[in-house]
Design a protein around this ligand. Structure first.
Ligand SMILES: [Cu+2]
Length: 511
């Protein structure tokens, strides 16, 4: 009997061995696939198109002294890659993105936003300090065909802000199709500094977005099931240009970097690792330039940098894998190992002189956390904040006008998130208990939240109380935001109780 069993045993052992080999091979191949970079365009991009510079929006001053802009949201089409394949898009006053709005501190502005889309939208002034009913969040949605005309007095330091739709549950879709633009605030302090500021010459918007295209040329929004952060494209658009170069005619150029992507983080630097001066963060100029070789931006964040070039050279702005801090696998599937060539700077053979970057920029009055009237903790996990999903009818909390608060914002799951708050610019007190790095040392409205590294911020709510109309705070990874990772707060007078948000259906502007 044992003799007869032997061949069977041998067969079983053989099958087992083959299975083991196949299994190990599969694991090894899988491991290799996981470990390699997902998207890598370094050295692959042909810089064949001049960088589009968004036009400055025209404006007029009305009989009440207000600066009036018109913005028209509409659908469009564009052949981004020059191969004859048209992409269905949306833009303001054009096919894709929108003009740069520009106003001075102290000016009262009016923006007539016309919605020519087939669906409701809204326009949020990201980073702007203004009354909640002018903010352009989900409560200020604009019906198709309607015009919404918010007005406010610009009352904050010079900064690179931006605007984009914020309709309930549809923000990712509207931004992905191309609805976004820059809003530059000017002031006397910035104007007094020797900085490059000739728009489109030595002071250039750089709006970076990732997209993927289908065979027929349409934008695609496919997400693999392991990627939990949203759509990650394999092609970069810079101001809507694929493969862009910028002709530089001055010794120094100021780039206003805006991460206008829906989910992707970038870690910007130059191909030769040359240092640059970061002069401003989301809310305006830093106290002094930060000498850096890399600047990481999560969706919605901005950084102004000044970089020097030598006559006749070409240097590439590049994004290397951002440090997401979520662990090897999670980083891999959230774009943490992806690399992109972003923009080529082409320096002319003769460069006009540029003044050196000033050693100090603007004084920064530190908010004092010891005077905080309230401390809150906001925990981000899954698609919720403090276990709650966004509800337009629920005000999550009220803050009192003319007070300072400290918020501890913590990402308690393994997925990358970030944090954006409307109405105010905040100061970062600490990241995971440590003093913030210089790039987080100025005014911010958006900050990256690495898993299990809580960020403590100080915020001051000086004016614009309204017990009924809330401001938003949320994850600016738009897939998460749309899925409910958002909350609402109101600013109230001392002793006042929060009211009730307007019913959503009652809104839609007029027209
Ligand atoms: Cu998130």
């Amino acid at each position: 009997m044992p003799a007869r069993r032997r061949p069977l045993t041998r067969l079983l052992l053989g099958v087992l061995a083959v299975s083991l080999v196949l299994c190990c091979g599969g694991v090894a191949a899988g491991g290799w696939a996981l470990a390699r970079a997902g998207t890598d365009t370094v050295g692959q991009v042909e810089f064949t198109r001049p960088l589009a510079v968004p036009p400055l929006a025209g404006s007029r001053v009305d009989d009440r002294g207000r600066r009036v802009f018109d913005l028209l949201a509409r659908e469009g089409r564009r052949d981004f890659r020059g191969d004859g394949r048209q992409t269905r898009t949306a833009g303001f006053d054009g096919d894709y993105l929108g003009p740069t709005l520009r106003a001075r501190r102290g000016e009262q502005v009016v923006v007539n936003v016309v919605n020519r889309l087939a669906e409701r939208t809204s326009v949020h002034w990201h980073g702007m300090h203004l009354p909640a009913r002018m903010d352009g969040g989900p409560h200020q949605s604009i019906r198709p065909g309607a015009t919404w005309s918010p007005t406010w007095t610009v009352d904050q330091p010079a900064a690179t802000l931006w605007y984009h739709p914020h309709p309930h549950g549809e923000t990712e879709d509207h931004v992905y199709r191309g609805l976004a633009g820059m809003f530059i605030v000017d002031d006397d302090r910035e104007a007094a500094l020797s900085l490059p500021r000739r728009y489109g010459v030595d002071d250039v918007p750089v709006i970076v977005q990732d997209r993927s295209f289908s065979r027929s040329g349409e934008f695609t929004k496919t997400r693999n099931s392991i990627n939990a952060i949203g759509v990650l494209g394999d092609t970069l658009l810079v101001n809507g240009t694929v493969g862009p170069y910028l002709d530089v005619t001055t010794e120094r150029v100021r780039l206003r970097l805006l991460n206008g992507s829906t989910a992707r983080l970038y870690d910007f630097g130059f191909a030769d690792d040359r240092p640059f001066d970061m002069i401003a963060s989301d809310g305006g100029l830093l106290p002094r330039p930060a000498r850096l070789t890399r600047i990481q931006l999560s969706p919605g964040e901005r950084a102004e940098i000044v970089v020097s070039v030598r006559p006749g050279e070409r240097v590439t702005l590049r994004s290397t894998g951002p440090d997401l801090g979520a662990g090897f696998l999670a980083d891999r599937f959230a774009g943490g190992r992806d690399r992109f060539d972003v923009l080529q700077l082409r320096a002319a053979d003769r460069l006009a002189p540029s003044p050196a970057v000033p050693r100090t920029l603007v004084p920064l009055q530190r908010l004092d956390p010891d005077t905080a009237s309230d401390t809150r903790r906001l925990e981000f996990a899954g698609r919720s904040i403090n276990g709650q999903s966004m509800d337009l009818g629920r005000i999550d909390f009220a803050v009192t006008r003319d007070t300072t608060e400290v918020w501890e914002v913590a990402n308690i799951d393994g997925t990358p998130h970030n944090f954006h708050v409307h109405d105010v610019q905040f100061q970062v007190l600490s990241v995971a208990g440590e003093a913030p790095p210089p790039e987080l040392g100025g005014w911010k409205d958006t900050v990256y939240l690495a898993p299990h590294r809580p960020v403590r911020i100080a915020l001051r709510f000086r004016d614009h109380s309204d017990p009924d109309v809330p401001y938003m705070y949320h994850c600016h990874l738009l897939y998460h935001e749309d899925a409910g990772m958002m909350g609402q707060f109101v600013v109230v007078e001392p002793g006042q109780r929060p009211g009730r948000p307007p019913t959503h259906s009652a809104h839609g502007g007029h027209g």
